[in-house]
Design a protein around this ligand. Sequence first.
Ligand code: UTP
Length: 473
Amino acid sequence: MHAALKESFEQAGQGHVFRFWDRLIEEERDALCAQAAQIDLSEVDRLVKELVFGDGAHGVDLSDLAPAPYIPLSGNGGKADDWAEATQLGEDALRAGRVAAFVVAGGQGTRLGFNGPKGTYPVTPVRKHSLFQVFAEKIKAASTRYGKPIPWFIMTSNLNYEATVRFFEQHAFFGLDEDTVHFFQQGLMPAVDYDGKILLETPGRIAMTPDGHGGSLRALVRSGAVAKMEEAGIDVISYFQVDNPLVKCIDPAFIGFHLKAESEMSSKMLPKRHSKEKLGHFCTQRGKTVIVEYSDMPDELTEATDEQGNLRYIAGSIAIHTLSRDFIKRMGGNDVSASLPFHRADKKIQTVTDEGHPIKPESPNGVKFEMFVFDALPFAQQPVILETAREDDFSPVKNAEGADSPQTCREDQLREYTRWLKAAGVEIDTDGAGLPAASFEISPLFADSERTFVDAWSKLANPPAITEGLVIE
Ligand code: UTP
């Protein structure tokens, strides 16, 4: 069996992957072959031709772009009746048990530089609860409210799968029923050098990396998650990223707009803070909805303004989507006419010399291939783009310091709690940046929105004073 595999690599011009074969012990040979067997050599060949040597190496198609239309927030031009109707529709779907939560948690979190799966990062201001715990409690709160357990699908990579599952076990699944939490692994792709040759990380191991958040569509199908959903009567999937504790993991209005439009994939948008904000742009292109990454948009487009002086390309993507199950099934299946494109990312990839000595490159030495989930949008029927309020939905932890860091995220959580308290009639002093003097925390199990907070607070016989370290739970 090893011989046939090696032969297929030879034929594909990738035989060098086995060049240290004679020095490997049996277990190492088996492990190398197990890795090699996962690689689709014809896919690698196509990607090398397209993305390493071909036109795909030179950027994206920017022809015929226009700003995409979106549904504005109620109070910002949207119709209150439409929002109320959508909320009702979404709540009906939740009560009927049609909705699952889905987090993509397979990234490597290199910018944050945290040791461990990013979802285990201690993110809340007082108790330092992890990102996973925040999501678990939001999902639990919604399950209780709508009287149906909301299954939670969690995509990891092979690199962080075990640590993620262990973390949930150590924390008794944060009070969720273990049977409703489903972990699965995303696919891997080999990294190649600039000659298109698959890189070895060590003499006995191929440099394989997760295939991007877009790999989630394939992985949902291949892991059997979609089949599980089908069995359970789930047809609406609420997709979010692991780094954003503010996200409404379950948002009835968003689900309702998606269902009403019979959309296959819906997305939340925010007006960009400024032209250089690092969010992808919602655009239309020849009748399709597309997202163009900030790094691919030229200044003349990002800085263009309308007659009122507003940015023309104002709609930024925050990677929150609602997906229909059948759409995932179509996009994640074997139909090549409905598959996501791969993108090229030039990276420093650990590899070995011809003698087998390790090399840690100082500058990019090769290419990784990744899929982006938003590339599914042009394939979707009736895509809906819905405006959301940044302060209620988006504060990611991406970097160790500066913008989108643990500190900015902690402050955004505090601002949200403070707004909820003020809405409940509590007087609380804040500084010019909207921050209270005391650090405190509201558990998602007490309230997960302004409306539920005001309601729960009004029922407290002895509401606590807001002091340093207070936890409202
Ligand atoms: P990012 O683009 O922020 O990447 O992922 P990252 O790997 O987490 O962080 P950096 O770039 O190394 O600092 C956005 C979301 O997509 C998930 C991440 O876990 C995060 O929720 N993701 C990313 C995957 O699930 N798989 C991937 O292959 C890549």
